[in-house]
Design a protein around this ligand. Structure first.
Ligand SMILES: Nc1ncnc2c1ncn2[C@@H]1O[C@H](COP(=O)(O)OP(=O)(O)OP(=O)(O)O)[C@@H](O)[C@H]1O
Length: 816
């Protein structure tokens, strides 16, 4: 898997202040600078110092609290006096007017929350009421301070409750604190929670096990600790960081064994790192003889191998040996904590209201009445639900009043609903009004009487797979099907999941860089989280060689990731034969489908699901168009019942790749951004995908829906998938009974049997020898009263036979 640009990074870069860091990150990513031992030391010092720094901040807080308490003890009388006099002093200053002031504040706050007031409040920045109030309170505090210096007049003295002693000082202090809370409530809350965390952290840290503590160091934090942070600056680059870091010398590295997948004779091999494929191109020296590289292995490679082994064992120690893991078929299922948690981006309500007004105004300026009655903020786009208004017709009536003057008035004579097509045709005008790059209009939104206008958000949201997997929707699907898939979040932010057994096959298409591989990765990871190698087997075909190869080594693989197109064709043939074999098994057992068959069986007697994943269908189609199309269609039509499912992706959504037959057999489709309406029609049979924004923005067309649904696909970072791969590869060796016959899958097809001769061959040979060996299909057709295809085949056979003998066959000109 090549290092993908982490969208969380993009998110950070999208923030205004991130311009320079973005450049730095980019340059860092392109060329990881060699890390000297000195730099490493500094880096590790920094990393270690981060905890003491936090500890220092908490000590500061502890000292502040201690001084405040000391002050209270020292001035105990004054303090009690202050609280005793506070009520009477304040009442003395305001009287019952205090209630009026409070009432006024409450009314202002409530009124500002109403729609009608919001625009006005926005214009005058009144929606920042807490800041205004905070400002007023701080001014009062300053006035009180002047009062302490006898320069605040009666009001200054009133603020102090008439006393310039500790009592008065406490009032000013209380006002200052209140002012700060009102001005920056978020910062105050963060500091307070930081204070409590700071106080309690030392005891927790000392109780932490060694591995967990390691997480906070440079060595392991990027990989394992990432999920604890909302947006960790280290995410996406865990392995590179690790490779540059010396392994902790005191940790004994256990030798880790992995199941063998390629050769059946030796079932146990030394750990083969899933990342090897990723790093191989960097370390491989194409011009150097292979032996040289083998004889003098670079020390750097050894070190990174050790690092990787260490990461693998750390992952296993942290997640695999945790208590309470679900065990199935003798395997432990990975915990969901292995996936990162991300915080959702909050959307500005005021901004959305402003855009809603802009939509209404733009519609009105084109003579279309419409009101935004719903705003659904999603991760990538916000959907504004517009209720079409009325097309009104007026008649002008002229009347004379009693003074004889003519007046005219408009009278409404009829009204009809605005047609949704009129709103849909204004897409470009609305995009202009909102200064949006593109707009998609869903007219109408299925199940609602509104027209949905999808406007891209200003900031780009990432949907973590964990956030979707933790929802009820996903859990419900998972409860009834092991192949539940977390797909993403809809335009309204709702989680969308699917069930591969119901789909039952999935076709994914999109232009390059639109998010297909990330989608495939998330589908694979989702199944890896919920299925053991005994319940699901994967056959992965990756003609690009870099996208799926990191999964090599997974015990779920029926055969190592296939990168060779010829082998891929063999695998397709094997799968078609396997389907037939499975049907025979089901027939013998008297079951109608895999669910029925598995119901009465346990362990290795159960039939495993097989999921075929193809990353680039176009390459396969080029290698054997007819055969690939035929096998895919056959599998798609029949394989569901025997637990074989296909997930096929392509970046060339043209009719020679996604043929009519393939489309008809893959009713569930996902389209990522494409370049033209034609491509969109090829995939979805409708336009719309050309307006998608890329980076996981997709249209999901489930079998049962008439219209596709817009989603932001789940994002699984490289670090997350690596953790999952390490988790599975470290568990145990697969027993031979569980393994499929791997060599069979990619074995070359048996040599073609020699074609049997046509029964009319001898008769045809006699005929042409009477006519000077001139072989003509139409001649044979006429003379022998057979159809053209058979005559043409016969002509070919004759030609082969004669040319094989003495090469005398003559072909009439019309045959060329
Ligand atoms: N669901 C997603 N959420 C956030 N970002 C995404 C998502 N999907 C893709 N991206 C971003 O888009 C980039 C390209 O994605 P990806 O490699 O999956 O595209 P692709 O369609 O497979 O391209 P190609 O066909 O060239 O391989 C990723 O590196 C990532 O930054």
């Amino acid at each position: 898997m090549p290092k993908k640009e982490d969208p969380r990074e993009t998110l950070r870069n999208a923030r205004p202040r991130a311009k320079t860091p973005a450049k730095i990150t980019a340059s860092k990513r392109k060329k990881p600078a060699p890390v000297s031992s000195k730099t490493k030391k500094i880096a590790s010092k920094k990393a270690f110092s981060s905890t003491p720094a936090k500890g220092g901040a908490s000590w500061l807080w502890v000292m502040l609290v201690a001084s405040a308490m000391a002050f209270v003890v020292w001035q105990w009388e004054g303090v009690t006096d202050f609280f005793a006099n506070f009520g009477s002093g304040t009442a003395g200053l305001f009287g019952w007017g205090l209630l009026l002031v409070l009432l006024g504040i409450i009314i202002a706050i409530v009124a500002l929350r109403f729609d009608q007031m919001s625009e006005w409040a926005n214009r005058y920045r009144l929606n920042l009421w807490n800041k205004w109030l905070g400002g007023v309170v701080l001014i009062l505090a300053a006035w009180g301070m002047l009062g302490m210096m006898d320069a605040g007049g009666d009001i200054g003295l009133g603020i102090l409750g008439g006393k310039t002693d500790v009592n008065g000082f406490m009032r000013v202090l209380a006002l200052i604190v209140l002012g700060i809370i009102l001005l920056a409530p978020g910062a105050v809350w963060k500091s307070l929670s930081g204070l409590f965390k700071g106080i309690f952290r030392p005891s927790r840290r000392s109780n932490m096990p060694e591995v967990a503590r390691l997480d906070r160091t440079v060595v392991s934090r990027p990989v394992f600790g990432g999920h604890e942070d909302s947006i960790s600056p280290d995410m996406g680059e865990p392995v590179r960081r690790l490779a540059n870091t010396k392994p902790a010398s005191k940790i004994e590295l256990p030798s880790i064994k992995l199941p063998s997948f390629g050769k059946t004779e030796s079932r146990v091999i030394e750990i083969k790192n899933p990342l090897a494929a990723k790093t191989a191109p960097q370390t491989e020296l194409p011009n150097m003889p292979a032996e040289n590289t083998a004889r003098e292995p670079k020390p750097a490679d050894d070190r990174s191998d050790a690092d990787r082994r260490q990461v693998a064992s750390e992952v296993w120690k942290k997640y695999g040996e945790a208590e309470g893991l679900v065990e199935m078929d003798g395997w432990k299922l990975p915990p969901i904590e292995m996936l990162d948690k991300t915080t959702e981006i909050g959307f500005s309500e005021a901004d959305n209201l402003q855009r809603a007004r802009a939509i209404e105004d733009a519609l009105a300026s084109y003579g279309v009445e419409g009101k935004v009655i719903q705003i659904n903020a999603g991760p990538t786009v916000t959907q504004f639900g517009v209720e079409p208004g009325w097309d009104r017709k007026f008649k002008e009536i002229k009347e004379r009043d009693k003074d004889g003057e003519t007046t005219s008035r408009q009278v409404e004579v009829s009204k009809t609903r605005v047609k949704v097509d009129r709103i849909a045709s204004l897409a470009n005008d609305l995009a202009l009004a909102l200064a949006a790059p593109s707009l998609r209009i869903e007219a109408p939104v299925p199940g609602k009487s509104i027209v949905g206008i999808e406007v891209p958000n200003t900031s780009f949201g990432v949907v973590s797979m964990r956030s979707v997997m933790e929802t009820n929707t996903f859990q419900k699907i998972l409860a009834r099907s092991p192949l539940a898939l977390a797909l993403g979040k809809g335009a309204g932010g709702e989680a969308v999941s699917g069930d591969l057994t119901k789909m039952p096959h999935l076709l994914i298409a999109g232009a390059t860089g639109s998010g297909k591989t990330v989608c495939l990765n998330s589908i694979i990871c989702c199944m890896l989280l919920n299925n053991t190698p005994a319940s699901v087997k994967f056959i992965m075909i990756d003609p690009k060689r870099v996208e799926l190869t990191p999964f090599n080594g997974l015990p779920h693989l029926a055969t190592p990731v296939i990168v060779d197109v010829e082998k891929a064709l063999s695998a397709l043939r094997w799968l078609a034969a396997e389907m037939d074999r499975r049907y025979q098994t089901l027939a013998a057992a008297g079951s109608r489908n895999i669910e029925g068959y598995n119901k009465t069986r346990v362990g290795s007697d159960r039939m495993a699901f097989i999921v075929l994943i193809i990353d680039e269908l176009a390459d396969l189609m080029m290698a054997g168009f007819d055969e690939v199309e035929h096998i895919l269609c056959r599998l798609a039509q029949m394989a569901r019942a025997v637990g074989i499912h296909l997930v096929v992706a392509t970046q060339r959504p043209s009719v020679d790749v996604i043929t009519g037959l393939i489309k008809a057999n893959f009713p569930t489709r996902i389209s990522f951004a494409v370049t033209s309406q034609v491509d969109s029609r090829t995939i979805l049979d409708m336009v719309g995908a050309e307006k998608l924004l890329g980076r996981g923005d997709m249209l999901y067309m489930p079998t049962e829906a008439a219209k596709p649904k817009r989603l932001q696909g789940c994002y699984v970072s490289d670090a997350e998938s690596e953790r999952l791969i390490y988790f599975w590869t470290n568990q145990k060796d697969i027993s031979p009974s569980e393994a499929l016959k791997v060599e069979e899958i990619t074995a070359p097809p048996p040599a073609q049997k020699s074609r049997t001769k046509d029964p009319l061959f001898d008769e045809a040979m006699a005929l042409i020898s009477e006519h000077n060996n001139i072989i003509s299909a139409s001649f044979l057709q006429r003379k022998m009263h057979i159809g053209y295809p058979r005559a043409a085949r016969l002509a070919d056979e004759l030609r082969e036979a004669i040319e094989g003998d003495d090469g005398k066959a003559e072909v009439p000109k019309d045959e060329y």
